[in-house]
Write a protein that binds this ligand. Sequence first.
Ligand code: UDP
Length: 324
Amino acid sequence: MKLLVTGGAGYIGSIVAQQLLGAGHEVVVLDSLERGHRAAVPDGARLLELSLLDAEGVRDAVAEGFDGALHFAAFALVGESVLRPELYYRNNVVGSLNLLDALRSAGVQRLVFSSTCAVYGEPEVVPMDELTPTRPVNSYGASKLAVDGMITDECRAHGLGAVSLRYFNVAGASGHLGEDHYPETHLIPNVLRAAQGRQDAVKIFGTDYPTPDGTAVRDYVHIEDLAHAHVLALEATRPSEHRIFNLGSGDGYSVREVIEAVRTVTGLDVPAQEADRRPGDPPRLVAANGKVRAELGWSPTKSLTDMVADAWRFAQERPLGYGG
Ligand code: UDP
């Protein structure tokens, strides 16, 4: 298929683009490069440097014709979304609406959307399935939920076939591609920086959670497993339907367990410092992944150790990220 990948210069989009190329698809990346990296666009993909906020530009770009689109372009920093909600609604919601308009004009019939477990907020029942009430607690989650709603309506009204994948905590690297955010807020890259001595210590946000070791528990899924789910999702779109799947490994690990995994993989001492809870961080988020297993035939193949080992390889290869 000829596929459009928005946000294909970012962490997740670039690695999905790489897998799609590997599966024999033709890939065009659409990315503003505002937060993405030119060096992350995989060899073999064509890059269109364009913002989704440029409605006319996007319409013209999509008019060349595509069999499907995978939509990753978004701002994704939870803390920033709380401080600057307008940025998140404009970029994530308006940008997605422009994309839907362009897809409709060009008659593109398949869409895979990068959604998030942040749409569920702080759930009462964990593990979380797709029927968990959606009550986002930050503007990032709210913006993604708004787009999910727009996609549902687009499918119903205009016949689009779409799949939303609601990711849990994505980690690891693939080949020469990996995670490079600024600022870096995610746990595994920050623990690796502390291991490399590039920051004094990793902060453990909260040691008084109602969890076995007092630190927050998350469901980590390897980027390559996650990317594979997109290849499956693309084949699983059905006209006029919006299919929604939670995408996580189903296993939870605490912050202390992740730090321990980094110590084991790297053989280095990782200085850690206990700190207050980060506002808005729920104690435990773990996916119930029965639906994606049953309906897409997906299952995770990689462990937390694999994720840490691959992220460590990327951190050593590019200690300063793509800009280094
Ligand atoms: N965390 C931490 N120290 C850090 C970064 C994250 O203790 O430097 C914790 C964070 O509070 C959360 C977990 O690690 O409980 C995963 O955080 P991350 O930002 O990676 O993903 P999130 O779950 O927020 O999407």
